[in-house]
Each structure stands twice: as structure tokens, then as C-alpha cells.
Design a protein around this ligand. Structure first.
Ligand SMILES: Cc1ncc(COP(=O)(O)O)c(C=O)c1O
Length: 676
């Protein structure tokens, strides 16, 4: 029987056939790390870029730079080489302690790049402008940003500002959204649309009509037939001539998750019969001239241009019918649905990928409307889209820490323990010596089962059980049978920061933002911070059930391991919850600047504190603090049988500790800095 030995940490089988004695057995700590430094030396950032598909989903904004970090090209393809921003430099400068000149922000951290947002708004508008010009379309594109995608004040203000030259407007779906949209549009282009979608009551309709009075270009889109009664009644009372749109329930159905509410039986919009009734009622009240817009939305992430064309063509026919019925039609609003390619595959599969570019989408929309209108001899309408995901997804990156969950070997058995453990396990040893993986795994399982039963019966002590675990681990490593996938604990709540992963399996590219010049030798899945078994990320772009990651020394320091979740700028922040009371991340806004650092942090907001999240669930942190301090005072002053003891120092320490806990973020506080 060959004996197991270890040379340079890699296993070989020798021809010595004697069974190993306990003293011969070497318990390895890391049998696989043979020539990792050699491998790393031939590894480079381009290999990481292709491993993580960065050029596919990240271009033209994200790349792996020569330092092995993620770099951001804030102006997309117009970025000059010296304008690239090294994401690690940003992260370091905002998380370093104040004593080192940093801003001492805690992870998780959202880094927003308003320059990227500007580039997205410009790209969307120039794609439509190009399509309009090249197809000699008889009107123009005038889009809106649906604020539900991300209601952050600075994002909405930026979009209004960047979109002003294009008359770019906003879409609102609720009363608070209308209010924020009107406020932001005070600084926008006066012609920009304010599209009022969503279910409406009298107060919503009044607000929308008020918008007209305040000279906003407000369009009230009827989602339900009865909303028309509010509009007719309130517009008379408020003496405002409304501009009305209809949301149509198209027959065209999108098949992915986001299209589940599309089609004839969808949740939103008016059926053909309802549209006919609405037109009749408007005619009856002498208000048919108010009906000017047709809207539809068949779901987010439309996967292909053929589906775009189907939906838009059907809507264009409806538009022409409304013209025929005498409405004063001017605008066709094709809703959202312009998708982004989360995995960079352009496959159009599921809701992860779309098989078109922004320009191809715009060309399809313009061509579909033009074809129908030309056939029906109807004047080309203004084209509006409510493209949310495609506008904001790229501009922010969520950065979080990870720590490998690989434990030191369960228990290093001592030679006499091994002797004891090997007692009746000749079969297992024989299988290991032969290199018979299948049999070894089987015997290991049987050994474990027997020992657990022994433990339950009180025959085995906890030390012996730990030794068995150690032995089993050793065997698995020796036969290369260890599970190659490690769990990485992440300092993040996926319910707060990536709710769509949980709700509908939306995948986002996740990549280490540094170490890209080193080969990721491990594979990992993520366990988040919540006490919830669903708080786990084990599906990744490319159909992978684990992600290549770097081995990290969670026990001996070595700096933080930082990962970036990309393309998550839409929906995730607005939909995230407070599960386990983990609140929103810290947020910074970073502008490209020609100064010495290449970037400027224009705003830095610490994440929600423990007090903030407690307040969100009706607790009163200030009172809680006073109550707990009072209790500390009572307990510390009457230690031991009611006798009064003054222990001012201890009391002060307790009060300071409570104070810190209320003020800090609820995430794990790590002291380690970022290694250069
Ligand atoms: C009515 C409406 N418009 C626009 C959007 C934005 O869609 P997207 O993010 O796909 O552009 C949505 C999102 O679901 C929507 O419901």
C-alpha cells in the first residue's frame, strides 16, 4: 500500500506499502497552495477582466486597470485616459479615518458618479435623435425619467439638469413622487413633461391639475376608467384645462418576470372597450381635445427588439385609432422596458440580458411608430419613453466587505488520537492510499455517521468528535475531495441593498474592486449579515453558482477584501427594506476633476445609524437612551444588597457605549484599514 507523504505541500504517493503510523501522518494546513505565487505572476488584470466579463457588462464605464483595481471612465467612451478614476482611491479616501485625512465613512458604501449619469442621459437622447434624423421622422423624442427607479434627491435633480437641453422630464406614480417631481422641475426645461401615472384619487388628480396651474407640462395618464370622473369634475372646479393621456392594456405580452403584468389580463391600463368609453365621455363633456397622449408599459427589461417592435406597433395602431376618433393626439409614450445587459452576453435571455444596444432600441421604436403612422397617414407624434433602468443603473456602485468563512482545521488530531481513530478504519485508509475518491468519500460519510451516533449515545466525548471532524477534513483534502466552494461572509444585507435578487433572482455583476492582478484561487458564495437563510447569494452572471474569489486571510489581518456590485443604481435602493434593522449604506458622490487626485467628493452621507432605523419602526432612540442610562445609574449605584456604591467611571463607560451604539451604523464595524 502506498504511503501518503507531503513534499512542498503537494501530495504524492510513494511505493512504500506499509500502513502509516500515527507519527508518519502529516496533517496539512493547506495542501493545495503549491505554486500559487508562480501562477499569480503570470496572472494579470486583463485575465481578471475576461474572467468576470467586465468588458461585456462594464464597457464603456468600468474596466480593470494596470494596478489590478476597477477603474471608472466617468464620461464613458469620451473619457480621456487621465480622467479615469481608480475606484480603490475613492474608497480609500472616503473610508480612511479622519486622522489620516479620510472621511471615516463605514461600509457598505454606494459611490455615485454623476458624470456617468450625465453620459447616460446624453446617450439616450442622442440615440433617439440619431434615429429620428436618420429615418426622417417628422417629430422629436422627449423622454422622462420615472422617479420610482431612484428617488434620491440629487439623482433626480441631476437628471433634470443634465436633461434640460433635451426637454427631458419626469414621471411620477404617486402623490409624493408628483411633489418631488414638481419641485425638481422648477429648475428644468419648461417644456419638459411631467407624466402622472399610477392609481389616482381626487387628491392625486388635484395635485396634477395644480401642476398645470403652476405651468408644468403635466399630463394626467388614466390608469383606471373611473379616474376620468375625478379629472372632469376637478378640472372644472379648479378651472384648469387638463392634458389627458390613456394607459392602454396592450395584447402584446412580455414573457420574463417583469412582464407578468402585461397583456390583456395585466394589472394596469384600459382595455379597448374602456378606451372607447373614455373617448365617448370626453366627447360628451366637450373635452376630447384634452386627450393628447397614449401610453403603455409592457414591463421592464424587454429582451429583444422584435418584442419592442410588436408592442410599439400595436400601440401606434391604437394611437392612430384615437386620432381617427377625433382626439387631439400629440404624444406616444412607450413606457419603460429599455433594458441593460447585466451579464454582457447580449443573449436576451431571462431578465438578465438584452439582445440590443441603446441605439438599436431607439431605431426600433422610431421605425415602428413611423411605419404605422405612415400607413395610416397620421402625423408623426412626439415620442416619449420612461426609461428608468437604462438611465440610472450604471452610475452607482455598491461596495461591501467580505471575509472568508474558511475556518482553521476543525481540530488538529494528535498522533495518539489518530492512532485511536484509525483503529477500525482500515478500509478508509486503504481507499485514501489507493486514491479512490469515491470510496474514501463513502467511508468518511460512514465514519462521521457512526461517530455522531456514538456522541449522541454518550460514548464519544466532544474532543473525540472534534478529532473525527479533523480527520475527515484531512482525508478530504488529501483526496482533493473538499468542497471547493467557500462561504464568504459579507457585511451587507441583501434585503436592504439587493432586494431584487431575493424577490425575482435579478443578477448583478459582482467583482472584487482590487487584487485583479492576482489570480482568484478560490470560489465562493456570499452569506449576508441578516439572520435569514435567504440572505445568501449563490447565483451569478454567466449561470455560475459560485464566483471566483481571492483567498483571504480572515484570521491574520491582511486588509479588507472589497467587492463591488455593479449596475444596481435602479430600483434596489428604492425597494430595499430594513430586515434585521440593517439600514441604508453610506453614500458619496464623486465627480471627475482635473485636480491632483482626478476626482472630487462632492457629497458624503453616512449610512443610516442605529437611531435612524429604530426611529423608522416607531421606537424613540432618545428616550431609549435615557431609559437605559437611568437603568445603568440605578444598577451601578446599588450594587450588592441595596448598598449604595458610587462607581462613576463604570457608569460613564456604559453611557458612552450606549451612545456609540445608537449613533453608529448597524453593520459590523471593522477596524482594519485598506492595504495599499
Ligand atoms: C409605468 C412605468 N414606466 C416606466 C417604468 C420604468 O421601466 P424601466 O426601468 O424598464 O425603464 C416602469 C417600471 O416598471 C413603469 O411601471
Amino acid at each position: 500500500m502506498p504511503a501518503l507523504g507531503c513534499i512542498d505541500n503537494s501530495y504524492i504517493f510513494s511505493s512504500d506499502t506499509s500502513l502509516p503510523t500515527a507519527a508518519d501522518v502529516f496533517i496539512p494546513t493547506s495542501p493545495t497552495s503549491s505554486s500559487s505565487s508562480d501562477i499569480s505572476s503570470i496572472w494579470n488584470p486583463s485575465l481578471s477582466a475576461s474572467l468576470y466579463g467586465i468588458d461585456g457588462w462594464g464597457a464603456p464605464y468600468f474596466a480593470a486597470n494596470s494596478s489590478g483595481n476597477i477603474s471608472v471612465s466617468p464620461h464613458g467612451s469620451n473619457t480621456l485616459p487621465h480622467q479615469d478614476i481608480d475606484l480603490m482611491n475613492v474608497v480609500k479616501s472616503v473610508t480612511d479615518p479622519k486622522s489620516s485625512g479620510g472621511l471615516a465613512l463605514q461600509f457598505p458604501l454606494i459611490v455615485r458618479f454623476p458624470d456617468v449619469l450625465k453620459h447616460r442621459v446624453e446617450c439616450l437622447n442622442s440615440a433617439f435623435d440619431f434615429a429620428v434624423k436618420s429615418q426622417e421622422y417628422g417629430s422629436h423624442y422627449q423622454g422622462v425619467f420615472p422617479v420610482k427607479c431612484n428617488q434620491d434627491r440629487f439623482i433626480v435633480e441631476d437628471i433634470v439638469n443634465f436633461g434640460s437641453p433635451f426637454r427631458f422630464g419626469l414621471e411620477a406614480g404617486s402623490k409624493p413622487e408628483i411633489l418631488l417631481a414638481m419641485n425638481c422641475l422648477c429648475k428644468g426645461n419648461p417644456d419638459a413633461f411631467l407624466i402622472c401615472n399610477g392609481f389616482k384619487d381626487a387628491e392625486y388628480v388635484s395635485l396634477a391639475l395644480l401642476g398645470r396651474k403652476l405651468a408644468f407640462n403635466t399630463m394626467i395618464v388614466l390608469e383606471q376608467e373611473h379616474e376620468l370622473d375625478f379629472v372632469i369634475d376637478l378640472s372644472k372646479k379648479m378651472n384648469v384645462r387638463p392634458v389627458i393621456g390613456l394607459r392602454a392594456k396592450l395584447r402584446t405580452k412580455q414573457t420574463n418576470h417583469y412582464g407578468s403584468n402585461s397583456g390583456e389580463k395585466g394589472k394596469f391600463g384600459l382595455t379597448s372597450a374602456q378606451i372607447v368609453r373614455v373617448v365617448a365621455k370626453l366627447r360628451e363633456f366637450g373635452m376630447l381635445d384634452c386627450l393628447q397622449l397614449l401610453h403603455f408599459h409592457i414591463g421592464s427589461q424587454i429582451p429583444s427588439t422584435s418584442l419592442v417592435s410588436d408592442g410599439v406597433s400595436e400601440a401606434a395602431q391604437l394611437y392612430c385609432e384615437l386620432v381617427r376618433l377625433g382626439a387631439n393626439m400629440r404624444v406616444i409614450d412607450v413606457g419603460g422596458g429599455l433594458g441593460i445587459d447585466y451579464d454582457g452576453s447580449k443573449s436576451g435571455e431571462g431578465h438578465i440580458s438584452v439582445a440590443y444596444t441603446l441605439l438599436e432600441y431607439a431605431e426600433t421604436v422610431v421605425a415602428s411608430i413611423r411605419n404605422v403612422c405612415d400607413r395610416r397617414s397620421v402625423k408623426h407624434p412626439v415620442i416619449c419613453s420612461e426609461s428608468g433602468r437604462a438611465t440610472v443603473s450604471h452610475h452607482s456602485v455598491l461596495i461591501f466587505e467580505a471575509a472568508s468563512d474558511v475556518k482553521p482545521m476543525a481540530h488538529q488530531p494528535k498522533p495518539d488520537e489518530i492512532q485511536f481513530l484509525l483503529g477500525g478504519e482500515e478500509d478508509l485508509y486503504a481507499a485514501v492510499m489507493r486514491g479512490d475518491q469515491e470510496k474514501s468519500l463513502l467511508y468518511v460519510e460512514q465514519l462521521k455517521k457512526r461517530c455522531v451516533e456514538g456522541f449522541k449515545d454518550g460514548v464519544l466525548s466532544i474532543e473525540q468528535l472534534a478529532s473525527v471532524d479533523g480527520l475527515c477534513e484531512w482525508v478530504l483534502k488529501a483526496i482533493n475531495g473538499s468542497d471547493p466552494v467557500q462561504a464568504y461572509n459579507i457585511n451587507l444585507s441583501m434585503f436592504t441593498s439587493t432586494p431584487d435578487y431575493w424577490v425575482c433572482g435579478q443578477l448583478f455583476p459582482i467583482v472584487p474592486i482590487h487584487k485583479l492582478d492576482q489570480k482568484p484561487e478560490a470560489r465562493g458564495v456570499f452569506s449576508d449579515l441578516t439572520c435569514d437563510s435567504d440572505g445568501r447569494i449563490d447565483k451569478f452572471i454567466g449561470g455560475e453558482s459560485s464566483l471566483p474569489l481571492h483567498e483571504i486571510d480572515s484570521y491574520g489581518g491582511g486588509g479588507r477584501y472589497l467587492l463591488g456590485l455593479f449596475l444596481g443604481g435602479s430600483y434596489e435602493e428604492s425597494m430595499g427594506g430594513l430586515h434585521n434593522l440593517f439600514g441604508g449604506p453610506s453614500v458619496v458622490r464623486v465627480l471627475q476633476s482635473d485636480g491632483p487626485h482626478g476626482f472630487a467628493v462632492t457629497r458624503a452621507v453616512p449610512g443610516q445609524s442605529t437611531s435612524d432605523v429604530l426611529r423608522a419602526v416607531q421606537h424613540e432612540p432618545e428616550l431609549m437612551f435615557e431609559t437605559l442610562k437611568h437603568r445603568a445609574e440605578e444598577v451601578m449605584r446599588t450594587k450588592g444588597g441595596g448598598e449604595e456604591v458610587e462607581d462613576d467611571n463604570e457608569y460613564k463607560n456604559v453611557a458612552a457605549c450606549l451612545d456609540r451604539s445608537f449613533h453608529n451604523m448597524p453593520y459590523l464595524a471593522t477596524e482594519e484599514g485598506i492595504s495599499e
